[in-house]
Design a protein around this ligand. Structure first.
Ligand SMILES: NC(=O)c1ccc[n+]([C@@H]2O[C@H](COP(=O)([O-])OP(=O)(O)OC[C@H]3O[C@@H](n4cnc5c(N)ncnc54)[C@H](O)[C@@H]3O)[C@@H](O)[C@H]2O)c1
Length: 227
C-alpha cells in the first residue's frame, strides 16, 4: 500500500486531504502539532517549528510515496506592528519546514524511482497579501515547487502546488469580516470553497495526474484571483 505523509492533518484542508487519500486506498501518516478529534491513519505529533529535527523525523517514519506540505500559520497583524515571533513562526512552518520535508523525503523517492509532492500555497502568493510574511511564504513555496520539480523531475518525482482561494476552515474564520466580504464580492459562485474540494485537487496531483504535470500550480480559487 502506498504511503502519504500529510502535514497539518488534524483539521481543515489537511484533514479533508487525509480522508481523501484514505478513501483512495492509501496508507496515511497524519502529522500535526495539536490533534483535537478525528485522526486518519498513523498519528505523528510534531511541531514543524522544529525544522532542524525534520530529517530525523522522516527517517523514523520510513517510506513515503507522497508528501503533502499543507500545514501553515497566518496572523492578521497591522503592517507597522508585526511581531518578530510571528514572522519567525510563519517562515519556519510555511516555508522552511516544507523545504526540509522535501529534502528529507526526496532521496527515498528517487531511490524507489518516483514519488509525488504537493505544496499547499494560496492566492496570497499572487496578490500582495495584507499579511506580509504569510504572502511571502506562499509565494516562496511556489518558487520552491519549481526548484524541486527541476531537480527531481529527471528522477520521476513530481512536485506541484495548489493555490486555494477562500476555504471554509479555521484559518479563513480568523480573517476580519471586511476581508471576507471583499473576497465574496469577486468569487464567481458567491461561496467559500469546501476543504474537500481542495483535497480532491491535492489527491489528483499527489496520485493520478499525468507525469507531464510537473512544477505547476493548480488554482482552486473560483475567480478570487483570475490570472
Ligand atoms: N482556508 C483558506 O481560506 C486557505 C486559503 C488558501 C490557502 N490555504 C492554505 O491551506 C493550508 C491548510 O490551511 P487550513 O485552511 O486548513 O488551516 P487550519 O488552520 O484549519 O489548519 C492548519 C493546520 O496546520 C497545523 N499547524 C499549524 N502550525 C503547525 C506546526 N507548527 N506544526 C505542525 N502543524 C501545524 C494546525 O494545527 C492545523 O491542523 C495552509 O497551507 C493554508 O495556508 C488556506
Amino acid at each position: 500500500m502506498k504511503r502519504v505523509l500529510i502535514t497539518g492533518a488534524a483539521r481543515g484542508i489537511g484533514l479533508a486531504t487525509a480522508r481523501a487519500f484514505a478513501a483512495a486506498g492509501w496508507s496515511v501518516i497524519s502529522l500535526d502539532k495539536e490533534f483535537g478529534g478525528e485522526v486518519i491513519g498513523q498519528r505523528v505529533d510534531f511541531d514543524l517549528r522544529r525544522t532542524e529535527e525534520i530529517s530525523a523525523l522522516v527517517a523514523g517514519i520510513g517510506t513515503v510515496d507522497a508528501l503533502v506540505n499543507n500545514a501553515a500559520v497566518l496572523y492578521c497583524d497591522p503592517a507597522d506592528r508585526i511581531p518578530e515571533e510571528h514572522a519567525r513562526e510563519i517562515l519556519a512552518v510555511n516555508l522552511q519546514a516544507p523545504g526540509a520535508l522535501i529534502g528529507a523525503v526526496a532521496p527515498g523517492m528517487t531511490e524507489r524511482g518516483g514519488g509525488r509532492i504537493v505544496n499547499v500555497s494560496s492566492v496570497a502568493a499572487f496578490t500582495g497579501h495584507p499579511d506580509l510574511w504569510y504572502g511571502v511564504s506562499k509565494a516562496g513555496l511556489l518558487n520552491m515547487t519549481k526548484f524541486w520539480a527541476r531537480v527531481l523531475g529527471p528522477k520521476r518525482v513530481l512536485v506541484n502546488a495548489v493555490a486555494p482561494g477562500p476555504t471554509k476552515t479555521r484559518m479563513y474564520d480568523q480573517l476580519p469580516q471586511s476581508r471576507r466580504d471583499e473576497v465574496m464580492r469577486v468569487v464567481y459562485s458567491g461561496r467559500v470553497c469546501e476543504p474537500e474540494e481542495v483535497a480532491q485537487a491535492i489527491l489528483w496531483l499527489g496520485s493520478a495526474c499525468p507525469e507531464y504535470v510537473n512544477g505547476t500550480t493548480l488554482d482552486v480559487n473560483n475567480g478570487s484571483y483570475p490570472r
